[in-house]
Design a protein around this ligand. Structure first.
Ligand SMILES: [Zn+2]
Length: 243
């Protein structure tokens, strides 16, 4: 990987200085970034890059790198449309000030953490997950009837416990002997890496995850089930929203 992923160490980092290492028609890569690339069900960050002369380039989305110069998993910053004249000013080696849309990202962090809490409330395999600024949607493999009210109460209880959310690592070998830790059937942790990033909500939920989370469950605030439906004969879809 060519890009230092600062959001992995500190999800609360809103901005950083960085150098452009690659720029083409698809977007640009930085040597370090606070922008989370879409992955693990979580939406990519949007924000701004400010050049030395004060020019601000709006970044509409961040994806896992497909650019010619990128390594696998690198954050590709995709500029919003209609900024061709600004993009023409970009060059490799240039220094930029990178800043995410923090309000949007903080919603991702709160809803992503709420999704982990939901996994503790509903102990079924997860067959799909989508986290945006407006909702978290999870598909659980179960044919059990689910109660919207009891889920709301259980989530409120977990939020009220004010539990610390910490980041840990585990070796791939250790994970292989603890396969139960992998909750999301469609979002496997990256293979080939020797260390797997683990998100631990002590006494509540532990699972490999590369996303961004709040530091304490209290930050999730009021969360409730907005929608619950039978997606297939064997899966139940639950959509969470924040108040
Ligand atoms: Zn997560």
């Amino acid at each position: 990987m060519k890009t230092e992923a600062l959001f992995c160490q500190d999800a609360y980092l809103r901005s950083c200085e960085a150098r452009i290492i690659c720029v083409d028609g698809d977007g640009l890569l930085l040597d370090r970034t606070v922008f989370y690339p879409q992955g693990g069900g979580q939406a990519g960050d949007s924000g701004w890059l400010t050049l030395d002369d004060g020019t601000r380039l709006r970044i509409a989305d961040t994806r896992k790198g497909k650019s010619s110069g990128s390594g696998p998993g690198d954050a590709l910053h995709v500029p919003d449309v209609g900024q061709a004249s600004l993009q023409a000013k970009l060059a490799e080696g240039q220094l930029v000030y990178a800043e995410i849309d923090w309000e949007r990202r903080y919603q991702h962090m709160r809803l992503h953490t709420a999704a982990h809490l939901l996994c503790a409330v509903l102990p079924f395999p997860v067959d799909g997950c989508s986290i945006t600024a407006d909702y978290a949607r999870l598909d659980f493999v179960t044919s059990d009837p689910l109660s919207r009210d009891s889920i709301d109460v259980a989530l409120a209880d977990l939020v009220a416990r004010r539990t610390v959310v910490s980041i840990d690592t585990m070796s791939n070998e250790a994970l292989e002997v603890n396969p139960d830790l992998v909750r999301t059937m469609s979002v496997k942790p990256p293979v080939g890496t020797r260390q797997v990033r683990l998100v631990r909500i002590e006494g509540v939920d532990v699972q490999p995850c590369g996303g961004t989370h709040v530091a304490n469950t209290s930050e999730v605030g009021t969360v409730r089930v907005a929608k619950m439906e039978k997606k297939t004969a064997r899966t139940r879809r639950v959509v969470l929203v924040l108040e």
